[in-house]
Design a protein around this ligand. Sequence first.
Ligand SMILES: Cc1cc2nc3c(=O)[nH]c(=O)nc-3n(C[C@H](O)[C@H](O)[C@H](O)COP(=O)(O)O)c2cc1C
Length: 244
Amino acid sequence: MPGFIGEEFIKRTCYEYLEESDQLKGIPQPPLELQGDPSRERIYLPPPGDLNIGEIDLRRAIEGRISLRSFRDIPISLEDLSLLLWFTQGVREKYPEATLRNVPSAGARHPLETYLVINSTEGLAPGLYRFLAIEHELEILDLSSRIKNDIYIACLKQAFVRKCAVNFIWVAHIYRSAWRYDERAYRYVFLDAGHTCQNLYLASSLVGCGTCAVAAFHDQSVCDLLGIDGRSLFPVYMASVGKK
Ligand SMILES: Cc1cc2nc3c(=O)[nH]c(=O)nc-3n(C[C@H](O)[C@H](O)[C@H](O)COP(=O)(O)O)c2cc1C
């Protein structure tokens, strides 16, 4: 397919095309997560270490994994949500230069930020939130009643997006990775998101939930909803979760 933009992307993100990275130029790295806004209200999530969860055989979890698009009309608990956030982006160790989390990330750059559209979670008003992974807290961004419908429309009116308990939206803060990897970072953020979503699939089964990955969305509509610019921060992947 000559002239296909994907071919150009693969070619121009090969090592021989990369520029000297900002890291090699000695430029200080950006913060390890997008800073929270101190004027916004925070929700303290139950610490994952304190939560009593069942056990599930790894083989059963992997072989039983499906994309679930039909959920029970009941909320998930804050404990369930806390665990799902912990398994997908939870920070196990924090160093001045990097975090180590429950998912792998190229060079431990961890460029993903997790936004949540909460439809039905005990103790949380429906609306838009952001997960502060280092603090294991949520920041409230927007509690307008339109959010639920806006994300459904942004996701090409896929019915389960409106019916689920919560939508996870993974956004790439590209410079966190590009600081080290230059343009090759645009490959890595999608790979990182794949690992993250797979953990969500597997972790959902631990808390009686199901998940469906979502990549069919209007990028600009999602950016408008989240209030991000689509360049320095852009949506990479989503997933809807609800009770089985
Ligand atoms: C990258 C990716 C994007 C996807 N996007 C959507 C989507 O937008 N809507 C949807 O209903 N399913 C989506 N899915 C789920 C797939 O349709 C599903 O994995 C596939 O049909 C196989 O079914 P299974 O997951 O139950 O094995 C996506 C899956 C992946 C891996």
